[in-house]
Design a binder for this molecule. Structure first.
Ligand code: AMP
Length: 334
């Protein structure tokens, strides 16, 4: 039997470079080698209270992006999380053995509690439990995610091991965060801060269907600094971010050239950004076209969603039949 792989992306807007290099690029490679389940995490997106209209539009868009960017529904299972209600049942069971103290200590929860103080809902607190349910539902071993998810994977292992200790030693395998290049990826944003993220605002993010003009504008306006204070000076965080973005789409020669210019203290950030914008456009242009044409093919997307829901539910129902039995829900009248 091939090893199981699970990963998902929240439909909180369009996919961006961070999603692509942190997660999606690995999805495409993994589908050829493993038994892969890639989902659109629509339950997860409810923590930020999208309107029904926004949610409907976003889920369709992310499915179109999954397919346009290279997921093949013949090779892997592509589905909407909410089409597999077994996810919610396993989430409930796992919640019974998840503790306030450990959930409150999760970095992403603390960060969200700080940035959205008016909406610290229980779904935010138990986000790692729902993520563990997504993974354990298919007994996945590999989880291709970006660096920001490392701590959540650690919790998924904790919940799996706790279940095993309580009920059945060998039931859930231990899932591991996965990247082909061993190091998990963090794609920085354009505004000089940490990881690229939709919540940091439009100007921080490059979408995979970013129109050419706004792509150019965003990169030319990206935060840098006033230049090295002396030859050999360290790069500031904002400038390092620009070099990290270059490493995704520029040739080693281009990166080497600007690196030397920085070391010599003679770098012109305008030139660097111009080059980065040109190379980024070369990278994005074919994706932009493909996403648009895939979105227009509604019938194909519907068929893919139906096929994926059936395959994912089959796998989920097998696991949940066993979980109910193990916990003690095999009733005397059955
Ligand atoms: P999300 O958009 O939070 O649902 O994330 C979906 C996937 O994209 C997860 O595997 C994240 O780790 C990954 N991801 C999101 N933003 C970044 C980023 N800036 N760098 C690397 N990976 C990211």
């Amino acid at each position: 039997m091939r090893e199981k792989v699970v990963s998902g992306i929240r439909p909180t807007g369009k996919l961006h470079l961070g999603n692509y290099f942190g997660a999606f690029k690995n999805f495409i490679k993994l589908q050829d080698q493993f038994d892969c389940y890639f989902f659109i995490a629509d339950y997860h997106s409810l923590t930020t209270h999208p309107t029904p209209g926004d949610l409907k539009g976003s889920v369709k868009r992310v499915l179109a992006e999954y397919i346009a960017l290279g997921l093949d529904p013949e090779k892997c299972t592509v589905y909407f999380q909410s089409d597999v209600p077994e996810t919610a049942e396993l989430y409930l069971f796992l919640n019974m053995n998840a503790y306030m103290g450990e959930l409150e200590r999760v970095t992403s929860f603390k960060e969200k509690a700080r940035t959205q103080p008016d909406n610290i809902n229980a779904g935010l607190l138990t986000y790692p439990v729902l993520m563990a349910a997504d993974i354990l539902l298919h007994k996945a071993i590999k989880v291709p995610v970006g660096k920001d998810q490392e701590q959540h994977l650690e919790m998924a292992r904790t919940f799996a091991n706790r279940f095993n200790r309580l009920y059945n030693n060998e039931f859930f395998p231990e899932p591991q965060a996965f990247n082909f290049n061993t190091q998990l990826v963090k794609v920085p944003g354009l505004t000089g801060g940490g990881k690229m993220s939709k919540s940091a605002g439009e100007s921080d993010t490059i979408f995979l269907d970013e129109p050419a003009t706004s792509l150019n504008k965003k990169i030319m306006r990206a935060v840098s600094d006033s230049g090295p204070t002396e030859p050999g000076a360290d790069k500031s965080q904002a400038v390092q971010n620009l070099f990290d973005l270059m490493s995704l789409v520029c040739t080693p020669e281009t990166i080497g050239f600007f690196d030397t210019e920085h070391k010599n203290g003679s770098i012109r950030y305008g030139d660097l950004k111009k080059q980065l914008a040109a190379d980024m456009e070369t990278f994005i242009a074919p994706m932009r076209d493909k996403i648009e044409s895939t979105l227009a093919n509604e019938k194909m997307l519907q068929e893919i969603a139906h096929l994926g829901a059936a395959k994912a539910r089959k796998s989920a129902q097998e696991t949940m039949a066993q979980v109910r039995e193990i916990i003690g829900f095999s009733k005397f009248y059955m």
